[in-house]
Design a protein around this ligand. Structure first.
Ligand SMILES: [Zn+2]
Length: 315
């Protein structure tokens, strides 16, 4: 489905957009023309992914939106999702495309109703054909993150992904660039660094329709905080080191942000820690040494069964 060929909404209905006027207040900050030439695949349009897509689309970045077929906005989504009651019962995918085109009628948005795990091969073919500059990983479960990681590795596409911790206490944003630590490497580091907690249900942007009992408990503002960090890192990757706004050292590939104080976990509120995770030679997804494959497989399986990343252990 090509949203760019569908009827447009909002301002675009008038057929008029004064581009210079639209970008006037940010033109000194960003190369808006350069950004319009970039393409980002946003995979997952839940409460986090919807924010990521909207912020990038607002800046005129071309978007490939990916969401599971038949994924509708339900009433319990609305308290945290970008979309509201006007979209109730409608597909998140097409509603988000319309939302973004109302923010920036010049944005080119293509909507792909695909399941990243079950239709991974098809997603891979489409990504190979379109070659986005970046994949924004906004899905809500570990299997999909690893599936996307493997596609990104094969196609040599960079990824910026994120997760919100249970309770909305904070979250993490990672970047995985070709040839460097992949999501498998980073996930392994997170499991070493944080101790599982039995009560933790899920760490990712929540989408209650997937696993009702495993939805992350978090407020909209908790999720949005992490989603905006993900947007910042995505934007920096698109702008390149020379025009970076964040000036994050290139070796940093993981940020863990505390939304609030949690004794034993986060000592300071609204505080970010930065990590440089090394590529693992024994990583099942990008590594080269098969000697520890079985042990690594066992570790990943354990992580998938109990992907807790909350209670911090001593580093
Ligand atoms: Zn790896």
């Amino acid at each position: 489905m090509r949203w760019e060929n569908r009827p447009r909404f909002g301002l675009a209905e008038t057929g008029f957009m004064n581009r210079d006027e639209f970008y006037r207040r940010i033109a000194d900050l960003l190369d808006t023309c350069g950004l319009e030439s970039k393409t980002v695949a946003v995979i997952g349009l839940g409460s986090g992914g919807s924010r990521v897509a909207a912020e990038l689309g607002r800046l005129g970045i071309q978007l490939l939106l990916v969401e599971r077929p038949g994924e509708l906005l339900e009433e319990h989504n609305i308290v945290r999702h970008l979309l509201g009651y006007r979209s109730l019962g409608k597909p998140k995918l097409t509603e988000m495309a319309a939302y973004i085109q109302n923010l920036n009628p010049g944005a080119r948005v293509i909507a792909w109703p695909l399941d990243a795990v079950e239709q991974g091969r098809r997603l891979g073919r489409l990504l190979e054909e379109r070659r986005p500059d970046l994949i924004a990983v906004c899905t809500d479960n570990e299997p999909s993150k690893h599936a996307i990681n493997q596609l990104a590795l094969r196609l040599r596409l960079p990824q910026i992904g994120a997760a919100v911790y249970d309770g909305g206490i904070g979250g993490e944003v990672y970047r995985a660039s070709p040839g460097k630590a992949c999501y498998g490497c980073i996930a392994a580091q997170l499991q070493l660094r944080y101790q599982p907690r039995d009560s933790r249900q899920a760490q990712n942007y929540s989408n209650p329709s997937v696993e009702e009992g495993q939805a992350t408990c978090a407020l909209s503002l908790d999720i949005e905080q992490i989603a905006l960090l993900q947007c910042r890192m995505a934007l920096d990757l698109l702008l390149g080191q020379e025009h970076s706004l964040l000036r994050l050292p290139p070796e940093v590939n993981l940020c863990v942000f505390a939304n609030r104080v949690v004794p034993g976990t986060f000592a300071r509120p609204l505080h970010c820690e930065f990590f440089s995770v090394s590529k693992r030679a024994d990583c099942l997804e990008c590594g080269e040494a098969p000697a520890q494959v079985e042990a690594e497989a066992e570790r990943i399986l354990r992580g998938l069964k109990s992907p807790a990343v909350i209670s911090r252990s001593a580093p």
